[in-house]
Write a protein that binds this ligand. Structure first.
Ligand code: SAH
Ligand code: SF4
Length: 413
């Protein structure tokens, strides 16, 4: 929106005339991080004129109170309504202003994409699940599906622009279309996206309660759908899952994970875990550790629970002490690191298909395998090229090896 209004993106704070924070509210730490960084801009504003705007979920939840809390903020916007950002900035040059609305889903919003290799396409906005701890339904409104034809034309456009991968985005992609049956289900959408011929398709986040066997089948049948599922479990304890209002139990989670691996033996499952949800006992936590043992995730994103405003969780006593949350987090990280290392080791000597995404500062090529592992690649290839790599090294976080085959040369690198 800003680029089409004549603005130019500037990375350097010292050179920017307008600074905008698109702030996250999902965890307290994310929120604090934004406030910390706003501090640097407040300093800059002491030296010269800068227009400072704060928005996104952070603006949506705190609203005009932000103008009171931090005198240097010139304007506040919410999690939608970006179309009016250019006019809001102009107004903020003369008055301090907060412009908020109910979260709307601007399906026609123009998107500017970075790297030319992998592009994100939003398929649903918001969420209607109301997990006890989660602020997303309040910050972004109910789940709304984007029309299928708009999604498909955006994917076609990516393809025409030379992109090699699409990442379909939503808080719970598996519930796509449940609000408006005319768009069909997520499985139908995935199939239709696969038929555009884009070389790689990923999607996130999958929700265990809505992940159907049909989705797994489409993943297996369509060669361009990656064998990776980000399937947040949050906990391995039925009592905690119930208190979280997740809508599935441990048995459902393991059943769906096993079914996925029956259908796709090379399926990589990654997950999110919250430690220290109110009432989580040592016994509950042991069940989470046991789930990690059983499912053997490719990677785990674990976070300490923090109460979020407006949620039902905010009314519960945050009764797990911080040091206990930290201990639990540490136990997960150590065990998961060992599991990831073992899983990566099993790939030594095999060949993997890698989409080259970039070069490190040392000049080494890197990319991702279809199952979402980072692969460091020795040899020559173009960014955006698909190559075959023989895996010769592995660690907990990545694989490495030599390029055996390039799609562009049709032979040796
Ligand atoms: N829609 C996704 C999750 C989106 S939020 C899903 O349901 O899987 C991303 C992650 O942030 C969650 O999976 C959860 O692990 C974490 N998270 C959300 N709220 C949190 C809170 N109050 N405290 C700590 N972690 C939280
Ligand atoms: Fe939040 Fe995800 Fe639950 Fe929705 S499904 S409320 S986004 S954790």
């Amino acid at each position: 929106m800003l680029v089409s209004a004549g603005y130019v993106l500037e990375e350097d704070l010292e050179r920017a005339d307008v600074v905008i924070f698109n702030g996250c509210m999902v965890r307290q730490k994310a929120e604090e991080k934004v406030f910390g960084r706003i501090g640097a801009v407040v300093e800059e504003k002491r030296k010269r004129q800068v227009v400072l705007g704060v928005g996104g979920c952070l603006g949506q939840i705190h609203g005009a109170a932000l103008l009171k809390r931090i005198a240097s903020i010139d304007f506040v916007f919410g999690s939608s309504g970006h179309q009016s950002l250019p006019s809001l900035i102009e107004r903020a040059r003369t008055e301090r202003v907060a412009e908020l609305s109910e979260p709307i889903f601007d399906t026609e919003l123009k998107v500017r994409r970075g790297n030319g290799v992998s592009g994100m396409v939003t398929i649903t906005e918001g969420c209607s699940n109301f997990c006890t701890y989660c602020i997303v339904p309040y910050a972004r409104g109910p789940m709304r599906s984007r029309p299928k034809d708009l999604i498909l034309s955006e994917v076609e456009q990516l393809l025409a622009d030379g992109f090699r991968e699409v990442l379909l985005l939503g808080q719970n992609v598996n519930s796509y279309g449940t609000d408006q049956a005319k768009h069909g289900s997520f499985a139908d959408l995935l199939k239709a996206v696969a038929q555009t011929g884009i070389p790689r398709i990923r999607f996130t986040t999958s929700h265990p309660k809505d992940l159907s066997e049909r989705i797994l089948q489409v993943m297996s049948d369509e060669p361009n759908v990656c064998h990776h599922l980000h399937l947040a479990c949050q906990s391995g304890s039925d009592d905690v899952l119930r208190a979280m209002n997740r809508g599935y139990d441990r048995d459902r989670y393991t059943t769906i994970a096993e079914l996925g691996r029956d259908i796709m033996p090379d399926l990589n499952i990654t997950t999110d875990i919250i430690v220290g949800f109110p009432g989580e006992s040592d016994a509950d936590f042991r069940k989470t550790m046991d789930l990690i043992e059983r499912v053997r995730f490719g990677s785990v994103f674990a976070a300490k629970y923090s109460p979020r405003p407006l949620t039902k969780g905010a009314d519960l006593t945050d009764d797990v002490p911080t040091c206990k949350k930290e201990d639990r987090l540490g136990l997960i990280l150590v065990r998961q690191r060992a599991i990831a290392q073992e899983e990566n080791q099993r790939l030594l000597g095999s060949n993997v298909e890698v989409l080259i995404e970039g070069k490190t500062r040392m000049g080494e090529l890197y990319g991702r395998s279809g199952d979402h592992r980072t692969v460091m690649c020795a040899g020559v290839a173009e960014i955006g090229e698909m190559v075959t790599v023989r895996v010769e090294g592995s660690s907990a976080s990545s694989l490495s090896g030599c390029i055996l085959h390039r799609e562009n040369s049709g032979g040796e690198p």
